[in-house]
Write a protein that binds this ligand. Structure first.
Ligand code: SF4
Length: 249
């Protein structure tokens, strides 16, 4: 049975965790929710501290990787390398087969023509399906990454019974770099100064000097998030209005 916290408990703990270390938050999460909990990771350089902490605290934890079919081969190699080097329990999540007919007819240019629908099919829905029976989900988002993330809470119910836990929410890019340096962690093979944030290949370009770290994600597409950390992920059943939103109607 799913373990659920009351809104008051979530509020109290979230406040308390503002001054806790990420390791303390992860340990609490493991003690409270495992085995009904998973971590999601995009296997970028800045994902390494969280993966490294989880490997030390609870190496069996499932690590969801959204295998969209559009990754840079560098990302897939890095994911493979870390899985074996650190003995991680990585689970690839793929889109539902029910989209086959649609994608055969209309899917060719979907990242260009409708990235919100493409992300829904390849990221949001697979995560919704994979987390349907879980009590909690750990993610590596930080407040300093986007405007939307700046307002996030360390503990937040994303849907009935699914608690999002963000142990690194308070960390800055400098904290990540310091941890990477302290433990001499490996780095994603793409040059860090050009690709500080790496997503799917059709939706990631190199950033120019002085640009924001996420400026290369969905550049020129009016989009900054895939939907996992926005309201879209909260919808268990899409209304026609939601569907119009993601199809751009
Ligand atoms: Fe599709 Fe781009 Fe989203 Fe990847 S990031 S799922 S290619 S729209």
């Amino acid at each position: 049975m799913k373990k659920e916290l009351s809104p008051a408990e979530v509020e109290r703990l979230s406040e308390e965790f503002e001054s806790a270390t990420p390791q303390e938050i992860i340990q609490w999460a493991v003690d409270t929710f495992c085995p009904d909990m998973a971590l999601s990771s995009s296997f970028q350089t800045h994902s390494l501290p969280l993966l490294h902490m989880v490997k030390q605290i609870h190496p069996e934890m499932r690590i969801f990787f959204l295998e969209t079919g559009y990754h840079f081969w560098d990302t897939l190699m890095f994911r493979e390398q870390l899985e074996h080097l650190w003995g991680l329990n990585v689970v690839d999540l793929r889109r539902d087969d029910s989209w086959n007919t649609f994608l055969r007819r209309f899917g060719q240019d979907l990242p260009e023509t409708n990235p919100t629908l493409c992300c829904y099919i390849r990221k949001v829905q697979p995560m919704q399906i994979a987390t349907a029976d879980l009590s909690a989900w750990i993610t590596g988002i930080r407040r300093d990454q986007t405007e939307q993330r700046a307002n996030a809470r360390i503990l937040e119910y994303k849907r009935d019974g699914l608690l999002r836990i963000a142990p690194l929410l308070n960390w800055t890019k400098a904290d990540v770099e310091a941890y990477m340096y302290q433990y001499d962690l490996p780095k994603h093979p793409l040059p860090e100064d050009q690709y500080p944030s790496v997503g799917c290949k059709p939706c990631t370009r190199a950033v120019m000097p002085g640009e924001d770290d996420r400026a290369g994600r969905w550049a020129g597409k009016g989009k900054t998030e895939c939907g996992l950390h926005t309201d879209l992920f909260d919808k268990k059943t899409l209304t026609s209005e939601d569907f119009n939103l993601i199809t751009g109607k």
